[in-house]
Design a protein around this ligand. Sequence first.
Ligand SMILES: [Zn+2]
Length: 235
Amino acid sequence: MLGEQLQKLFNFQELEKESEKMESALKNHPGKKELLTLRKTIEQAETSYNQRCEKMEALKRELARAELISRELDDEIKMLEKKIYSGEIKTMKELSKLQEKQNVVRKSNEENDDKVLKLMEELDELKKSLSTEKQEIAIMKKEYNQKRLKTLEEIDKIKNELERINKEKEQLMNNISSELLDKYEKVKKQKKEPVAFILNGKCSGCRMDVSVMVIREVNRHEGLVYCESCGRILI
Ligand SMILES: [Zn+2]
């Protein structure tokens, strides 16, 4: 009777070991950490993308302003030209003054045109790199979702397994005397695996020799026998 109880207690210990392993696998699932890292990377990429989008809008506004100035300067040049060739100009002095003014306006028009061109190039480049960034973010999001599904699946599997083990543990507990379970818990406070067996004359817990007397006692199944060296329950 006691021998049977002790065998059940040993099985109970094995189930406990398994459930502890499962719980630790749940807690330390590598997928969780990977997902967290990936999410942070995506958030950073999105922040950078949004900032660059704002920069693009600012560039567009700057370009629109420069284009407006360009039209105004074009108009001014045309107006000066019209005046110069209108025949209304009577003196050379007046004429050269107008031509001089026209040159100044032409020069600032050229400068403004350079600016327009530069802005257009900058905008073009930014658009291209933003489109690449957008694709990269989409790929990362896809990867994240796939990884998330896989991790959830794995975690579910572990949870189911844990549930199965816990049920089995409970059933076994109902078949072990509470007195024995109390003693098991008491030893467990000192030793993670409170039940040990004798193998080749040694305790499986501490690997120390077990005396012939103790071995005999264990085989008699008349009462609980503890290892003299480590205090585990011997079966
Ligand atoms: Zn021992």
